[in-house]
Design a protein around this ligand. Structure first.
Ligand code: AP5
Length: 211
């Protein structure tokens, strides 16, 4: 399966990805995670990306398209993939279509998570992420800032400041939301109501993909 998970910041893309990639036995490829790892490693890419990410702006298309083209060459992506946070602009979507078409392939489905802005601001303001295993946590206060999965230290992402959240939502509306129409025209979009419990959202995704 060749899948894309689309949705505003805080919609639950990262949260839902583990179950979907396990169900279809495909790698979960998050461009945000790749960039954050580059920042952690202090690479040139990381230093460059951080100047955009800390403000909530998109990293330029040519950088992202290069990263994704390299990632798709890895053997595990031959059987399919789940993209999380990519594509984010029409230029990125067109580039992905082109790369896939070169090997006679195309996307199977785009899962579009739909959630109110008020709810995503609430989710993003309280989220913590494990520095060791990357697990996403919604309620760290009750476990002493330790990851429930591995005991690692939890941190707040630098793009969780109120100004950066506002910018990320504006950027989503202006640059990423047009992809809903792009994929609707291709007949592969699966709109999913992403409020309710994590399990309810997961069930809706499963039902939609198997319908
Ligand atoms: P990226 O890492 O992709 O971040 P994002 O799209 O802004 O999304 P988030 O990771 O913030 O949210 P999510 O939808 O994954 O929600 P989560 O599951 O964590 O990108 C970061 C930055 O990198 C971008 O701003 C940009 O600068 C750059 N970048 C990345 N890709 C790029 C690209 N292709 N082009 C250009 N630049 C790029 O959930 C959020 C919280 O809600 C968690 O606490 C979770 O526990 C909670 N939650 C989840 N589901 C529920 C639920 N059903 N009920 C209650 N709480 C829930």
């Amino acid at each position: 399966m060749k899948l894309v998970l689309l949705g505003p910041p805080g919609a639950g893309k990262g949260t839902q990805s583990a179950a979907i990639s396990a169900r279809y036995n495909v790698p979960h490829i998050s461009t945000g995670d790749i960039l954050r790892e580059a920042i952690k490693q202090g690479t040139e890419l990381g230093k460059y990306a951080e100047t955009f990410m800390s403000k909530g702006e998109l990293v330029p298309d040519e950088t992202i398209i290069g990263i994704v083209a390299e990632r798709l060459k890895q053997p595990d992506a031959a059987k399919g993939f789940l993209f999380d946070g990519f594509p984010r602009t029409v230029a990125q979507a067109e580039s992905l279509d082109k790369v896939l078409a070169e090997s006679g392939n195309a996307l199977d489905a785009v899962i579009s998570l739909e959630v109110d802005e008020e709810e995503v601001v609430k989710r993003l303001s309280s989220r913590k992420v494990c520095a060791d295993c990357g697990a996403i946590s919604a309620a760290p206060a009750d476990n002493n800032d330790k990851c429930k999965a591995c005991g690692g230290k939890l941190y707040t992402r630098t793009d969780a400041q109120p100004d950066a959240i506002r910018t990320r939502l504006q950027v989503y509306r202006a640059q990423t939301e047009p992809l809903i129409a792009y994929y609707t025209n291709k007949g592969i979009i699966h709109p999913i109501q992403a409020e309710g419990t994590i399990e309810q959202v997961s069930d809706r995704i499963s039902e939609s993909l198997t319908a």
